[in-house]
Design a protein around this ligand. Structure first.
Ligand SMILES: Nc1ncnc2c1ncn2[C@@H]1O[C@H](COP(=O)(O)OP(=O)(O)OP(=O)(O)O)[C@@H](O)[C@H]1O
Length: 228
């Protein structure tokens, strides 16, 4: 990866099965960038994110994310790519039968953390970042939607990601809570130099946090009115 670039797609075609969803995508995202990803339903936002987290393979052009070559990446290396990414999706996907602490421990153990002391320190550390240290022993159903989403963000922060990908992270939240969640993601992008990409339909939240906008439209990725 050259310079500050953390995601770089050049001349990439994105397919779902045989259907070409986005063609000739040229997207560059630098460390610390905060990017809104917009577009109508079915326009390809999730497909674009899937390419970045290695869930959709590419065969044309060049693609890099977090130092991995997305065209050449072997299946066995995809978990290592994912460790460089924090993934925050709309349906919170916390394990409902475990406490906040156990949810975080589960991901740490799955990503190679072994030392109990380091695990408990990191748990406190990420919960502190999202303002939820006091909720460490709570079950997900004892938390509000916004608090659950903060736990998901804490979970995404565990391995110090270089990129956070969020797909409709405010989809289940009221406007005030949505603003809090986006504020938190914005702070993370500024303080940790983490690139944050948020796919959303929520124009209220985009207006509240004006930033770079990338749009999926008519099979292309467009920025400032032009195909990128
Ligand atoms: N697993 C799949 N198999 C086949 N086609 C798919 C698959 N997933 C998505 N598609 C198709 O690819 C296109 C892009 O879908 P995608 O989910 O990327 O859009 P989106 O912009 O994220 O939409 P939304 O805002 O509704 O989430 C759509 O035409 C969709 O029907």
């Amino acid at each position: 990866m050259i310079g500050n670039s953390i995601i770089k797609l050049s001349g990439v075609d994105i397919f779902q099965q045989k259907h070409l969803v986005l063609s000739n995508v040229n997207l560059h995202v630098d460390k610390g960038d905060f990017v809104w990803l917009i577009g109508q339903t079915g326009s390809g936002k999730s497909s674009l994110l899937k390419v970045i987290y290695g869930d959709l393979k590419i065969t044309t052009g060049e693609g890099h994310a977090g130092g991995y070559d997305l065209k050449a990446i072997a299946d066995k290396d995809i978990p290592f790519l994912r460790r460089k990414l924090g993934i925050v999706f709309q349906d919170f996907q916390l394990l409902t039968d475990r406490t906040v602490e156990q949810n975080l421990e589960f991901v740490m153990k799955a990503t190679g953390w072994k030392d109990k002391k380091l695990i408990s320190e990191r748990t406190l550390d990420v919960l502190e970042k999202v303002g939820l240290r006091s909720k460490i022993k709570k079950m997900p159903h004892e938390l509000s939607g916004g608090e659950q989403q903060r736990v998901v963000i804490a979970r995404a922060l565990i391995n110090d990601p270089e990129i956070i990908l969020a797909d409709e992270p405010t989809g289940n939240l009221d406007p005030d809570t949505s603003e809090e969640i986006v504020m938190l993601l914005k702070q993370i992008s500024m303080n940790s130099n983490t690139a944050v990409l948020i796919a959303t339909h929520d124009y209220h939240i985009i207006r509240a946090f004006p930033s770079r906008i990338v749009k999926c439209e008519n099979g292309q990725v467009i920025e400032d009115g032009k195909a990128v």
